[in-house]
Design a protein around this ligand. Structure first.
Ligand code: SF4
Length: 282
């Protein structure tokens, strides 16, 4: 693992208007720039690494994280403005689109926690909290407060921990993420799995595994979910990586069909959503 650097910088705004894949949301909210889960080949499919925002002195994605030092102050101001204009109650927020809001630095920086406190003071229609990290359990007290105004969306790309180790080595284990989902469910916090992007899996076993742990699942693929019809995934070498690992049959449009069938049979149609439309159903 390369030495990772952390820094704090002032941002100019907290909420950013969305478009494209996230058009179903009013705003995205990224407490951090950079993502520690991208280190050491973690999340090789993460196309954020190719965006301008990821270029930081030529250093590799995952090796640096910048915390938005004034996030709490900015968010408070922006939510108040939405309140004054009468738009707060209809606002939906996706947190986060270009970072993981519960990566390691959040333990001490607490920016995501401060954002949840702001959303309790200024209730919006729905906050989707997207993470792969068990650290979200720390904030169960606030998530309970938010109740139906929040949806915790836990990334779980596969049910097979060998696949997880091969493709996203820096991510928490399948078993650990299942425990996090169950902790949310038991606390009455709305929770879903984002099988995004879907990786090689055992469809029937995967469906059985998620059925009792979450309210619903969203499946997304390298081709539907990269915002470019698969071009970004190909440019990141995902085809070659799958071939090298012996998973080549899984890197093709339509590879999700068997899992979709197994999930729908087990969970019922209404609990199984797909790609952009599924994420936007908040
Ligand atoms: S957790 Fe998300 S933002 Fe972070 S490296 Fe992985 S895919 Fe990218």
């Amino acid at each position: 693992m390369s030495a990772r650097t952390y820094s704090f910088e002032k941002a100019t705004r907290a909420l950013n208007p969305t478009g494209g894949f996230l058009a179903g949301f009013s705003y995205s909210l990224n407490p951090y720039v950079g993502c520690a889960f991208g280190d050491s080949g973690g999340c090789p499919f993460c196309y954020v690494r190719t965006l301008a925002i990821a270029r930081r002195g030529g250093r590799p994605w995952g090796s640096w994280v910048v915390a938005k030092a004034n996030l709490a102050e900015l968010l408070e101001r922006e939510l108040r403005a939405l309140e004054r204009s009468g738009r707060l109650g209809g606002t939906t927020v996706f947190m986060s689109s270009a970072t993981d809001p519960y990566q390691g630095l959040e333990r001490t920086a607490g920016l995501t926690r401060s954002a949840l406190e702001a959303f309790i003071r200024h209730p919006i229609r729905r906050l989707l909290l997207q993470t792969r990290s068990p650290l979200v359990e720390r904030d169960l007290d606030l998530l309970r407060w938010l109740g139906p105004r929040v949806l915790v969306s836990i990334t779980l790309e596969t049910d097979d921990d060998a696949v997880r180790r091969a493709l996203t080595p820096t991510s928490p284990s399948v078993e650990r993420r299942l425990r996090t989902a169950l902790a949310m469910k038991r606390a009455g916090v709305p929770v879903q799995f984002a099988i995004a992007p879907m990786m090689p899996n055992h469809p029937e076993r995967f469906a059985a595994l998620v059925d009792h742990a979450v309210d619903r699942v969203i499946v997304d693929t390298y081709f539907d979910g990269d915002g470019a019809g698969g071009r970004r995934s190909r440019a990141l070498g995902m085809g070659e990586i799958h071939a090298r690992l012996g998973y080549e049959g899984w890197f093709r449009p339509g590879a999700e069909a068997e899992l979709m069938r197994a999930l729908r049979a087990r969970l019922g149609e209404e609990r199984v959503l797909f790609s952009c439309e599924g994420f936007g159903a908040v």
